[in-house]
Design a protein around this ligand. Structure first.
Ligand code: NDP
Ligand code: TDO
Ligand code: MG
Length: 293
């Protein structure tokens, strides 16, 4: 089996290189080797030449605030290119695996959302990701769309690493405590992808959209506290004292993009359909911290 991986150097792409390696021949691209989602023509020519049985798209425009001032580029990378990949997958009979986000929702309420909940993105990033999902579903190709949230990895930039850096430099931190979600490891997503890929090739009816996040929930503030106190306990030099990691409401942290308050996603569908278990978010975060500290 030939697997084409796009975005091989992102957080998720890097872990997919590891997790998908045993499943077949992998061709892994980034934007520099004809895998540029901003250049659809070149990308589609490359896909046709490779004729993969599976396309895994881990490439995306993920700079949430910057997207507010670059909507056309975000739309090209997150919506137009995935839509064209889906049409090509349909034509070739390939399975397309793609990732989406909690930011497709408006974050109202306080209950976990399932896959059928109404979408209403608050940001350009969120609407571009939703348009990508919709284009894939409309293409009629076999697909797996994994909606995830708050992704971190040992390799790459993410919130946990930003907090460790700031905690070493500053005497106080202000972190939002009224946005609730689940930090999800890129390694967990890659492993889920490998299992789901195999199961879906064997049983195409599994094709569809799934929420894929770690278990439990937290706020950005409690997540930051967890990361910083774990590092402190390991002897890492930390400047901020525990009492100076200050909880603030979203209103006190103005950003160009609006973000959902309630990012809780229910993973019941994924767990039931694939017989998989999603471990608590702390398990993966502590493993990642142990690796990088
Ligand atoms: N990060 C998060 O918190 C979350 C991510 N997701 C989704 O998960 C998926 C993976 O995200 P993640 O690994 O965290 O993101 P990263 O930002 O770590 O990686 C994205 C990758 O996409 C690449 N990329 C950007 N533009 C292009 C382009 N024009 N052509 C080809 N490649 C490009 C980047 O390359 P380069 O470094 O060269 O720019 C980078 O390697 C995405 O679909 C994202 O929307 C969902 C929820 C949360
Ligand atoms: C750096 C910092 C951030 N924050 C807030 C801002 C934001 O609400 C939250 C997280 O900051 P980030 O910059 O990681 O936010 P962001 O880049 O929006 O994270 C999102 O990325 C995209 C790609 C997704 O799909 C989402 O699931 C989510 O992970 O923490 C603070 O409160 N204090 C701080 O010092
Ligand atoms: Mg970010």
């Amino acid at each position: 089996m030939r697997i084409l991986l796009l975005g091989k150097n992102g957080q998720v792409g890097w872990e997919l290189q590891r997790a998908l390696a045993p499943l077949g021949e992998m061709i892994a691209l980034d934007r520099h080797d004809s895998g540029d989602l901003a250049d659809s023509q070149c990308l589609l020519a490359k896909v046709k030449a490779i004729t993969p049985q599976v396309i895994v798209n881990a490439a995306a425009y993920t700079a949430v605030d910057k997207a507010e001032s670059e909507p056309a580029l975000a739309g090209q990378i997150n919506a137009t290119a995935p839509g064209l990949l889906a049409l090509e997958a349909k034509a070739m009979g390939a399975l397309l695996i793609h990732y989406s986000t909690d930011y497709v929702f408006d974050g109202s309420g306080d209950q976990p959302r399932d896959e059928s909940a109404a979408t209403a993105p608050l940001s350009i990033y969120g609407s571009s990701k939703l348009a990508g999902e919709d284009a894939i579903r409309a293409s009629g190709c076999q697909h797996l769309i994994l909606r995830t949230s708050w992704v971190y990895a040992a390799r790459g930039g993410n919130f946990a690493k930003t907090m460790l850096r700031l905690a070493a430099e500053r005497e106080h931190l202000k972190v939002i405590s009224d946005q609730i979600g689940a930090p999800t490891g890129a390694d967990l997503l890659a492993d889920l992808t490998a299992h789901m890929l195999r199961a879906t090739l064997a049983k195409p009816a599994l094709s569809g959209t799934y929420h894929a996040v770690a278990g439990g929930e937290t706020s950005w503030h409690a997540y930051a506290q967890h990361v910083i106190e774990f590092a402190r306990a390991k002897g890492v030099p930390i400047k901020v004292s525990a009492s100076q990691i200050l909880a603030i409401p979203t209103a006190d942290y103005p950003t160009p993009a609006r973000r959902p308050l309630n990012s809780r996603l229910s993973t019941d569908k994924l767990q039931a359909a694939f017989g998989l278990t999603l471990p608590a978010w702390q398990v993966g975060v502590e493993r990642m911290l142990t690796e990088i500290l």
